[in-house]
Ligand binder design. Structure first.
Ligand code: ADP
Length: 277
């Protein structure tokens, strides 16, 4: 049987100050090693869902939680936030929040989490060097994190999480500050993490990249999980159009052609498959 690492059962949640539930009866499972993208319009509940997966709900945001969230087989209600942090690495949408501000260069910033865990100095050095190279920020090692551009900070933020080697990576719009080249670089790193067996949950608006890299989709609309399944099945399902969310470019073009009478399959094809064909 598949190894389920994230499981939500009938989860509903309301923030302390809000009148309405912002997650409504959400249920899904994610298998170990899968790359799942969460998509949906603004305020549909994507970040809140991430907060539930990393234990911020219910441990940091109190509010009303119904249903069960299980991560790595553990019920979130019965787990400490600190324990979750070792298992789930969370990369914020806003890299200005993530950078700790207590360290005065990038190397130390990336090493900070490992120092807190009491990892021996020699091992810290090796792990940080490897990650700086991987994320392509070795040349920034002596820089003050506050002198970096938004895109550079986004990479430092990702590096400081990857270096902790969590089993699960929850990444909220990691490319919002990046140009197309920087964006591709981040997705290459995420792909590498998948190859290393990590389970990845990503909130992202760039549908072309999702079509290319992700395995599965969760589609949120007004707090409800309205569609879920393999990426190409969801984009190819006519029901998707109802939620007014962008399509991948290739699907959009094919849909237009189809509307003008061309009998085309409009499933997104991954570049990797084209290379194999
Ligand atoms: P998305 O990530 O899809 O944009 P969010 O999960 O951020 O959606 O927000 C879903 C809803 O929850 C929105 O109506 C938002 O205003 C509300 N919300 C988000 N964070 C908080 C909070 N800390 N306190 C109260 N309401 C919140």
């Amino acid at each position: 049987m598949a190894d389920i690492v994230i499981e939500l059962q009938n989860v509903s949640y309301r923030y302390p100050v809000s009148d309405d539930y912002v997650l409504k009866d959400v249920s899904f499972t994610i298998e170990k090693g899968k790359f799942t993208a969460i998509i949906g319009n603004n305020a549909s509940g994507k970040t809140t869902l991430c907060n539930a997966i990393r234990g911020f709900i219910p441990h940091f945001y109190k509010g009303d939680l119904e249903g069960t969230v299980r991560v790595g087989g553990k019920d979130m209600q019965e787990t400490q936030l600190g324990q979750m942090a070792e298992q789930v690495g969370y990369v914020f949408q806003n890299p200005f929040i993530q950078v700790s501000g207590v360290k005065d260069n990038v190397f130390e910033e990336v090493a900070y989490g490992l120092e807190n865990l009491g990892v021996p100095v020699d091992e810290i050095r090796l792990r940080v060097e490897e990650i700086l190279k991987l994320v392509n920020i070795g040349h920034l090692r002596e820089k003050n994190p506050f002198e970096l551009s938004g895109g550079q900070r986004q990479r430092v933020a990702l590096a400081s999480i990857i270096v902790m080697d969590p089993d699960i990576l929850v990444i909220d719009e990691p490319t919002s500050q990046l140009d197309p080249v920087g964006t591709e670089q981040i997705f290459d790193i995420i792909r590498l993490m998948k190859e290393r067996g990590k389970t990845i949950v990503l909130v992202e608006h760039k549908m072309d990249l999702i079509a290319e890299y992700a395995d599965d989709l969760l589609v949120m609309s007004e707090g409800k999980l309205v569609m879920q399944g393999p990426v190409r099945e969801v984009f190819a399902n006519p029901e998707y159009e109802r939620y007014n969310i962008q399509y991948p470019h290739v699907t959009e073009v094919a849909l237009q052609l189809q509307k003008s009478g061309m009998p085309l399959a409009f499933l997104p094809v991954k570049d990797s498959e084209l290379a194999e064909a």
